[in-house]
Each structure stands twice: as C-alpha cells, then as structure tokens.
Design a protein around this ligand. Structure first.
Ligand code: G6P
Length: 489
C-alpha cells in the first residue's frame, strides 16, 4: 500500500473517539500490555481497504507520569493508536460528569439530572468547561498528527465540540462527525443549558451523520428552532455555508460471526450449552448494565410471563449477560443493586431445587462464548428504552442461520427501523405486551420463524459495518468537493 517514496497511497483516516479500541494494563514503570477490543467501529474499519486508519483517543487509564506516557505512546503506535492523556479530574468532570451524567441520559430521553445527581460531579458549568477543555485536548493531538489531505472522523457525544476546535485550527480540514446514540427531539435538546453552543460546534463539521433518518431530522429541527438557521433537504445552512446532514445506519462484520460458528472451539461451546440446557428453551439478553437498556423492565416482563404461563416455568431459562459499565457513576451503581434485587426475587419465587429461571451474569463474554450463546438461543430479548442502533440484535441474527430463533426488539432501538419486519417489535415500558410477546415467540411455528429470520438475515449480511464506513467517508469526500465547487462559483 505504499508508493515508491514510502508514502501511503491510501487516504489517511484519523478516527477520533473518546475511547481507543484497546485496553491497556500497566505491567511496570515503562511497560504496558495491550489488548485490542473488537467493537463495532474497529471491525468496520478493519474491513475497509481504501483508507489507512489511525485512532486517536483516551486509553481509559490514568497515566500521571511522563515515563509511563512515553511507554504507552510507543506501545500504542504498533496498533496505529495515538493516546490522549486525560487526568483524573478531567475524567471525573468531562467523562463521568458531562458525558455520562448529562448528555447520555438526555439523548436517551431520560432527562437532565436533578440536583442530587448534579451535586455528585459539581456544577453543570464546571462540567461543561471540562468538556470543552477535554475536546480541545483531543483537537491538539489531532492537529499534531494531521497531514494535508487526511480525513478526520470524529465520533459520538463525547466529542461534539471537536469539529469546531479542528476547523479553528484549519478551516480546510475535512471533518466528519457521527453520533452513535439517538439525537433526541428538539424539545428535549432545548432543555440543555449549553444547547446552542453545542449545536454550533457540531455544525462546524462538513458532514454530520446519524444512525436513522429520524435522528437526523431531530438534529436539523434543533438547528432551525433553536439557532434559527435554515434546514434544507441536504442539511443545515448558515450564511451560505452548508453542513451536510444524513443518515448512515451502522451494521456489523457479519462474516466474522458466520465464520466464527465453524471454529471447533465455538462448536464445543455450543455442544456444552445444548447439553446444559437440554429440555429448556433458551432466552437471551446481552446488554451493558445501563439505564437505557431497560433490564429491570425486561426482568419484570419475564416475571409476568412466568406468572401467567405456569406450564413454561420449568421449560424456559433466561440468560442475562449484564456487562458492567461506567461503574464510577452513582446512577449505574444503583441500577446494579436494583437488577440484582429483581433477579433474586424472581429466582426465589420461581426457582426449584433443580433449576432457576434466570442466570444473571455481571461480566462480559469473549467472542467465542458470545457466538455460542447466540447460536443456541431460541428467543433474544433486546428491550432498550432507547438505543442508537443496538448491534446485539444484529449479532444474534448473524448467528441464527441454523436455528432461526426469534428476536423481540424494542421499537425505541434504531435497529427497529431495519429489523422491524423480521422481529417482534415491542414497547419495553409495556410489561404486559413484552410478556405476551415472549409467549408468542416461544410458541411460534417454524414456518413463521423461517420467514422472519430470512428477512433479518439478508439485511444483516447485506448492510455491513464496512459498507457503513465506506459510505460515510466517501460522502464526506464528496461533500467537501461540492462545497469547494460552490465557493468557486
Ligand atoms: C456507547 C457509546 C460509545 C461507548 C460505549 C461504551 O455505545 O456510544 O461511545 O464507547 O457506549 O461506553 P464507555 O463509557 O465504556 O466508553
């Protein structure tokens, strides 16, 4: 991929996200061990051969000393990753505070924090100041590594200020920003004290992308109603400058899952799971332990199903994998206790000496174990209260070509727009409706399961993560060319 002079011939892509796709563990004063994580974004970009991607982000660890920082920077360079070092105070105010205590709940329609939640991370004002400062720190690192012609792709709600910081450095930089969460109705966004400053900062980008058409529409409405700008079919216009706004629904690397199922280790896992749960239908939930995932509501619906369907009690098991996340934020700690309490109650009520109805695990699973679980599942329950897309639903479908299990999917997940025709769509707040859907899924005949699965499987295999990344970056290149042509006219 290099020219004769050793320069890369592919377009360089600087991917900027709050978190690098690695977990770093310090082994000594100047030694680190790194493990690449295989999230959606990583697999999306691994499959794209047109660009040479570099990652810029926080390694998720506090490294106060220079020796440690230099060693980590060297180790990360091998993985094409460039670290942004954030100290503990900034992490507290920016990441735990403004990102996870304010923007995250607001964008998922859970509202702004009440005073008790705000008080835990000092005032709104100081959190917003830390947010801007952190975004500037990301911009400084991008600027240090930027070369003319690079594409800079900023990700998610952590970095809404970044497009503005980057354009302040160099107005010719090609800057895209993509939001992985929902963008809420403008009526929700307008409650945010820093609503206008944030919108203006995002609008500095050349291209702004969302998972669904609805999120894009909400963003354009926020810009027209709050900033008084003009919305056009292309995006948002401000004094003759257009920010292109569009929907780019993400996918997964479906081949990785489909091929994965052939690996002997996974086949062994599948066999063990089948033996372990022989005679019972397997229902599965895989979620980060987050308020938006609707885990308590899901458990209550399962409880109602068991109450109303005594004949199923010993014939079904719910495996709930709840991946711990953001454990320093008090709201998440409260949720963990709440979920444990409900699981305990249901297992106490309906368990027998032989079996319990819910296996709840507070952990993440490796790829092999996850594929095997997806493959043996009869019914997957994705009941998020709000979710940008939700790729668990996609991963489940990719692993179900043999079994043709049923997907119960929240209508408030972005995935409902693409998998709606194959899944049973539910309102996760309506416990009775979800309980009835569980009964419907468990009793569904094979013909209908086949029909629904085919629909979903063809979508998941056709609209992959690689296609998503390629489409976004080529649209960004085209947008910049079109803008140059407009200014020349
Ligand atoms: C969501 C966000 C991501 C984030 C992930 C994990 O999917 O959209 O940007 O990385 O959650 O959360 P964490 O706070 O652990 O990075």
């Amino acid at each position: 991929y290099e020219n004769q002079d050793g320069r890369p011939s592919r377009q360089r892509l600087l991917v900027v996200a709050n978190r690098l796709p690695v977990s770093a563990i310090r082994r000594g004063e100047d030694s680190w061990s790194l493990e690449m994580s295989a999230g959606g974004l990583v697999s999306a970009l691994l499959g794209v051969k047109e660009f040479e991607a570099r990652w810029i982000g926080w390694a998720g660890v506090n490294v106060p000393d220079e020796i440690g920082q230099k060693a980590l920077t060297r180790a990360l360079a091998d993985k094409r990753c460039i670290p942004v070092f954030l100290d503990e105070e900034i992490v507290h105010q920016y990441y735990n505070g403004y990102c996870n205590n304010i923007l995250w709940p607001l964008f998922h329609y859970l509202g702004l924090p009440q005073e008790d939640r705000l008080a835990t991370t000092r005032s709104f004002q100081s959190q917003f100041a830390a947010y801007k400062k952190a975004n500037q720190m990301f911009a400084d690192v991008v600027n240090e590594h930027y070369e003319e012609g690079d594409v800079v792709w900023c990700h998610d709600y952590h970095l809404m200020f970044l497009p503005k910081c980057l354009k302040d450095y160099d107005s010719k930089m090609k800057v895209g920003w993509f939001l992985h969460t929902p963008f809420p109705s403008s009526e929700i966004h307008r409650t945010l004290p820093s609503r206008s400053e944030l919108l203006r900062a995002v609008l500095a980008a050349d291209l702004v992308g969302f998972h669904t058409y609805d999120y894009a529409r909400h963003f354009v409405s926020a810009c027209t109603r709050i900033l008084g700008l003009e919305g056009t079919p292309e995006g948002v216009e401000d004094q003759g400058r257009l920010t292109r706004v569009a929907a780019f629904p993400i996918g997964i690397d479906s081949d990785r899952f489909i091929r994965g199922l052939e690996v002997p280790d996974i086949q062994k896992h599948i066999k063990e799971l089948k033996e372990r749960f022989a005679g019972r239908k397997v229902m599965l939930g895989v979620d980060r332990l987050d308020m938006i995932k609707g885990i308590p509501q899901k458990l209550l619906a399962f409880e109602k199903f068991l109450e109303e369907n005594p004949t199923w009690r010993e014939k079904v098991v719910l495996l709930q994998i709840a991946v711990p996340t953001r454990t320093d934020v008090p709201e998440y700690q409260k949720l963990t206790s709440q979920v444990h309490e409900i699981v305990g109650r249901i297992n106490g009520r309906f368990g027998t000496l032989i079996a319990v109805p819910i296996h709840h695990l507070d952990c993440s699973l490796d790829f092999h174990a996850l594929c095997a679980l997806y493959a043996v599942t009869d019914v997957a329950l994705v009941t998020s209260l709000r979710d940008g897309m939700n790729l668990v639903s996609y991963e489940f479908v990719a692993c179900q070509d043999a079994k043709r299990g049923v997907l119960i999917l929240s209508e408030f997940a972005g995935a409902a727009q693409s998998l709606g025709a194959g899944a049973i769509l539910v309102n996760p707040w309506n416990i009775t409706e979800v309980a009835n859907s569980i009964a419907q899924a468990l009793n569904m005949d094979s013909e209908e399961r086949e029909k629904r699965h085919k629909h979903n499987f063809s979508h998941v295999t056709a609209h992959t993560a690689q296609e998503w990344a390629e489409t976004f970056v080529s649209e960004l290149n085209d947008t910049v060319v079109a803008a140059q042509l407009r200014t020349r006219q």
